[in-house]
Design a binder for this molecule. Structure first.
Ligand code: F6R
Length: 242
């Protein structure tokens, strides 16, 4: 695992954007695995700036997002499709037909999961997968206890994840209880994994996930077994590591 220690969120975002920019520059038809949440926002802002400035070109790239809430339409303001549209896709020159997010309104769960795994395979696999880290060690919506060999699947969200996400909804009862997520198997197949972590509130889980034992109880710990992982964390997130 390659580790970049950034001073703060801003520097973490700059390093993340640099790595993703170099990926696009070196391989314009890259398949980018993308994440939602607070962590990648700074990275996305910089990618937008660079695309507008003509330094990077997404016209040949494809994207595959990690997850989507079950039950939310892509136009719902809390859906992950909407998040991506709003925070990245609408401001860069990516072809929307090449952007993929699970369909939150699919009526056949296993068919939707198979369709999503096939998209990943048909694209030739993910070149670089951007990840955030949940407080309980989740990556994507792979909650503690998830089997490592899973592809895309439907998950019941952990109570702690529902609580962490309720800030985005009018009421806790409006937070969807299920989501489609790429599985650990799909994530581990990415050729390069870029995990970004910021803030003192993630310091304990950073230490447990990357310096503790590999265990399904801490899904992110599996990344220790991948041969091409880059962790970018700020000083606060690394503050519990000796
Ligand atoms: C987002 C995702 C989640 C988040 C994680 C961290 O697509 O799959 O695993 O990356 O919950 O979220 P933030 O960045 O909001 O702390």
């Amino acid at each position: 695992m390659r580790i970049y220690k950034a001073k703060d969120y801003k520097e973490m975002s700059r390093i993340g954007a640099n790595i993703l920019s170099s990926q696009i520059i070196l391989k314009p038809q890259s398949v980018l695995g993308l994440a939602t949440g607070s962590t990648p926002l700074g990275i996305y802002e910089l990618l937008i700036e660079r695309c507008k400035g003509g330094d990077i070109d997404f016209s040949q790239a494809a994207s595959i997002n990690l997850d989507e809430y079950k039950g939310l339409d892509g136009s719902h303001s809390q859906s992950y499709r909407y998040f991506m549209q709003n925070n990245l896709f609408s401001s860069i020159n990516i072809n929307l037909e090449n952007t993929h997010v699970p369909n939150g309104l699919a009526d056949d769960d296993s068919k939707e999961c198979r369709r999503y795994d096939k998209i990943i395979d048909d694209c030739g696999g993910i070149d670089i997968q951007l990840l955030g880290l949940g407080h309980n060690g989740h990556i994507g919506f792979n909650e503690p206890g998830t089997d490592f060999p899973k592809g895309t699947h439907l998950v019941a969200l952990a109570e702690s994840t529902i609580k962490a996400n309720k800030r985005f909804f009018a009421d806790e009862k409006d937070v969807p209880r299920f989501a489609y997520t790429m599985g650990i198997k799909s994530i581990m197949k990415a050729r390069h994994i870029l995990i970004a972590v910021s803030g003192i509130d993630k310091a304990d889980i950073v230490k447990i996930a990357f310096w503790g034992p590999v265990s399904p109880e801490v899904p992110a710990s599996v990344l220790q077994l991948h041969n091409n992982v880059t962790l970018i964390a700020d000083e606060a997130a690394l503050s519990k590591v000796d």
